[in-house]
Design a binder for this molecule. Structure first.
Ligand code: HEC
Length: 225
């Protein structure tokens, strides 16, 4: 009897441990040849900085059409006002989805291909790719944008961060990019954090339930014997 309850306990702690391992490992595969970065989407400060960077430097061209401003504000502990005040265009409400002022037709005309929506970009590619893409612009006078990219040759995206890159130390610039990628990773799966903590609650509940049922089982059988 003691043996089987021990087995159950071992099994359930194993389940608990494997859940922790699964939640700790990154969800997307790594692209070969690209250095993996480590992202922590529970880091609220990094997410807040990433959101600020995104709205300052990316949202002029890229939308996040599966996210609403209010949702971002709530998840990232920033006030809706603060978020909306930081946007380049002011007629948005918290219920609106994160759009860009650039129409698809203009985007196609200006860049050959309109800038893609970025909500799922870290899922479609992966965070390491996005980070390296942003870090790999170099000057190329033959290109119409004046730059080229080591990760994506002949990309039509201009090096919109060139001033930031020039003004910041390498360490700060790396952090700046990491914050944006962390924010994009969050945007690709906003309920990730909730799901993980809910999973732990559920497992803890099951574990407690196991202890109670075992006690009950003992109690009932004592009377029978
Ligand atoms: C001036 C407009 C513009 C701005 C601002 C801009 N982008 Fe882009 N971006 C583009 C265009 C155009 C493309 C399509 C490039 C291509 O397919 O070669 C693109 C593509 C991308 C891609 C996809 C690359 C791929 O391989 O599919 C990512 C990721 C990206 N941008 C991230 C960002 C981030 C992050 C910012 C803010 C720091 C930003 N972009 C700011 C125009 C812009």
């Amino acid at each position: 009897m003691n043996l089987s309850i021990r087995k159950i306990l071992i099994l359930s702690s194993f389940l608990l441990a494997s859940e922790l391992v699964i939640s700790a490992s990154s969800s997307s595969e790594h692209t070969s040849g690209i250095k993996p970065i480590s992202i922590n989407i529970s880091d609220k400060k990094s997410l807040q900085r990433g959101a600020r960077n995104f709205f300052n430097y990316c949202s002029g061209c890229h939308s996040l059409k599966y996210m609403r401003y209010g949702e971002i504000a709530e998840h990232l502990n920033i006030s809706e006002e603060q978020l909306l005040n930081n946007l380049t265009f002011s007629d948005q409400t918290p219920q609106d989805i994160v759009t860009t002022n650039m129409s698809k037709a203009d985007g196609d005309r200006w860049f050959g291909k309109a800038p893609p929506d970025l909500t799922l970009v870290t899922r479609r590619k992966n965070p390491d790719y996005v980070y390296q893409f942003l870090k790999s612009f170099y000057q190329d006078d033959k290109s119409p944008t004046g730059v080229n990219n080591k990760i994506k040759d002949a990309t039509s995206m201009p090096h919109v961060l060139w001033l930031v890159e020039e003004e910041m130390s390498t360490k700060n610039y790396d952090q700046f990019l990491l914050d944006i990628v962390t924010f994009l990773e969050y945007a690709g799966d906003p309920s990730q954090e909730n799901r993980k903590s809910l999973g732990l609650w559920v497992l803890s509940f099951l574990f407690l339930f196991l202890i109670f049922s075992y006690a009950l089982y003992k109690d009932i059988w004592r009377e029978v014997k």
